[in-house]
Design a protein around this ligand. Sequence first.
Ligand code: SF4
Length: 227
Amino acid sequence: MGTPRDTRTDQAAEVVDRLEAEYPDSTISLRYENRLELLIAVILSAQCTDERVNSETEHLFSKYDTPEAYANAPQEELAEDLNSITYYNNKAKYIRNACQTIVEEHDGAVPDTMDELTELSGVGRKTANVVLQHGHDVVEGIVVDTHVKRLSRRLGLTEENRPDAIEADLMELVPDGYWQQFTHLCIDHGRAVCSARNPECSACVLADICPSEKGDSEVDLASGDPW
Ligand code: SF4
C-alpha cells in the first residue's frame, strides 16, 4: 500500500504532476471538427468506446452536417446509421430531439452554458462539461467518467459514488488550470495501467502514494472490495 500525501489537496497536486510527466500529450480522443460534431460524438460515447464512436462518426458526419439534418432525419434511418453503437435507438432519439431544440431555440448553434446544454435531450452534466471545455473553451467543472471515478476513489481523493458528488470533491482538490487535463490524465492512466479489472500496480508511477496499491493493500478503494 502506498502512503498518500498528508492532505487530499497535496495528493491531487502530486497525482497531476506525475501523470502530466507520464502523459504529456493527453487529450480528448473523440474526433470532431466543430461543436455540433463534438456534441454528437459525446452523446454517442456514453457506455461505448471512443474508438467505436470514431469509426461510426466518420460516415455519419459526412451524411449529416447541420442540426436541421439530424432533426429532420427519420428515426429509423438515423438509428440504422448508428447501429454499431450501444443503445443506438435511444441515442438516435436523443440526437434528433437535441438538434430540434438547437434549431428552434438556439438559432442552430450549440449552446454555451451549462443550463442550456443540460436542457438538451441526452445531455447530462458530464456531456455538457466536455462540450463546454472542448467546444467553447469554458471550464466550469470536471468531467467524471468511469476512469475518473475509479482512479479518484483508488487514489483516496474521494469516497463518493455519484459522479456529481465526485466532481464536487475534485473541484475542491484539483489545482486550478488542471480541471480539464485531470480527466484526460485519468483516462490515459486508466487505459494504460490502472484498468478496472487488473491494474498493473507494479508498473504504476503512483504506486508509492496510492492507498489501493495491490502490493500491500487488501482493498480496492474503487469498489471497496478485496483485491
Ligand atoms: S495501478 Fe495500482 S497503484 Fe496505480 S493508481 Fe491504480 S490501483 Fe493505484
